[in-house]
Design a protein around this ligand. Structure first.
Ligand SMILES: [Zn+2]
Ligand SMILES: [Zn+2]
Length: 347
């Protein structure tokens, strides 16, 4: 089968192969014909070797598709079901996090796309216990954004967003945009999405989606009219100046949610702006089990349509897709091994 494979450690070593072995079903695992798989910042990090990976490995972890073969002991799952899958494969089930039920935080889990074979391919093998059914009415184009949506749902769960709250989101990448869309749909009275001039195109798209935006030349100096205004501030970037803006922009006793990861082990942070207002700082990583079904249910309800964030590429054209993500030309590049029309299937 066709598959995008990282064949060795180090920067690069990523190639589209046409003769990669098709995976074989085994007990408790199902074989999926991939309909779509989104590119994530993590994929770029794996390409550059800044994220852990176990080559040779097929990349791609934001996928959806249809079951074409079911191993024994896979419960009710059947050929023809449309599914998405949590990323917590090979969680150990014995560490402290796993025994608390937080398998998404297992330190030794190995997810599809870097730890085991992922879904920039015609087929991917997935464990039945981590699957979620894609509801009728939700297209593949929408469903392929379930994983980043579940990440944002998990984060918003942690900060208990309340009706009528004012929310600032910093960074208009996929996680920032989805967080802003969810906060708006979930009852925030005001959602403001802030970004730098380099994110101009993404801010324009957010405006078109009905989200108010704020262009900042510089996060640290241009923030006075945002100061002390928001109940909740969300950073999607992991950058120190963005997190500091979250602190200066929150009201007294407000909350900060950090959804980003920094490129460096430590960042500069305006700690006094946080302490003098007694802010609560939350962080959130990956996605918790129940957030997947709620992400899909929200899409099915018609209140949240992430398909507007997607740009579609063929698997053969993977290099253009990766380039467009690196150059921030698109928000969520989605790769398909199938004809583009398949992505509009809604059952
Ligand atoms: Zn991702
Ligand atoms: Zn574990």
């Amino acid at each position: 089968m066709k598959a995008l494979v990282k064949s060795a450690k180090g920067p690069g070593h990523v190639q589209l192969k046409s003769d990669h072995p098709k995976p074989q079903v085994k007990p408790n695992w199902v074989l999926i014909e991939v309909a779509a798989c989104g590119i994530c910042g993590t994929d770029i990090h794996i390409l550059e070797d800044n994220h852990k990976n176990w080559p040779p490995v097929v990349l791609g972890h934001e996928y959806t598709g249809r079951i074409v073969e079911v191993g024994i002991d896979c419960g009710e799952w059947a050929v023809g079901d449309r599914v998405v899958c949590e990323q917590h494969t090979l969680a150990c089930m014995t560490c402290d996090a796993c025994r608390r039920g937080a398998i998404h935080l297992c330190p030794i889990k190995r997810s599809p796309g870097w730890g085991i074979d992922g879904a920039f391919a015609e087929f991917v093998l997935l464990p039945a216990n981590l699957l979620h059914k894609v509801p009728d009415g939700v297209t593949y184009k929408m469903a392929t954004v379930t994983e980043p949506t579940a990440i944002c749902v998990t984060g918003l769960d942690r900060v208990s967003l309340q009706i009528g709250e004012r929310v600032l989101v910093v960074g208009p990448g996929p996680i920032g945009l989805i967080s802003a869309m969810l906060a708006q749909a979930a009852g925030a009275s005001e959602v403001l999405l802030a970004g730098r001039p380099s994110s101009h195109a993404r801010l324009k798209l957010a405006e078109a989606l009905g989200i108010k935006t704020y262009l900042l030349e510089d996060f640290m100096t241009a923030s006075t009219d945002l100061a002390d205004r928001f109940d909740l501030t969300i950073d999607s970037t992991g950058a120190g100046d963005a997190l500091s803006l979250c602190a200066t922009s929150a009201r007294r006793l407000g909350r900060i949610l950090e959804l980003g990861l920094a490129n460096t082990p430590a960042v500069n942070f305006a700690i006094n702006a946080a302490t003098t207002k007694s802010l609560t700082i939350y962080t959130s990583l990956s996605s918790e089990y129940s957030s997947w079904d709620r992400a899909l249910a929200f899409m099915a309800s018609g209140k949240f349509n992430p398909a507007v964030l997607t740009s579609i590429y063929s698997l053969d054209d993977w290099e253009s897709a990766f380039k467009d993500v690196e150059n921030r030309k698109v928000i969520k590049a989605v790769i398909t091994p199938q004809p583009f029309s398949v992505l509009d299937q809604e059952k």
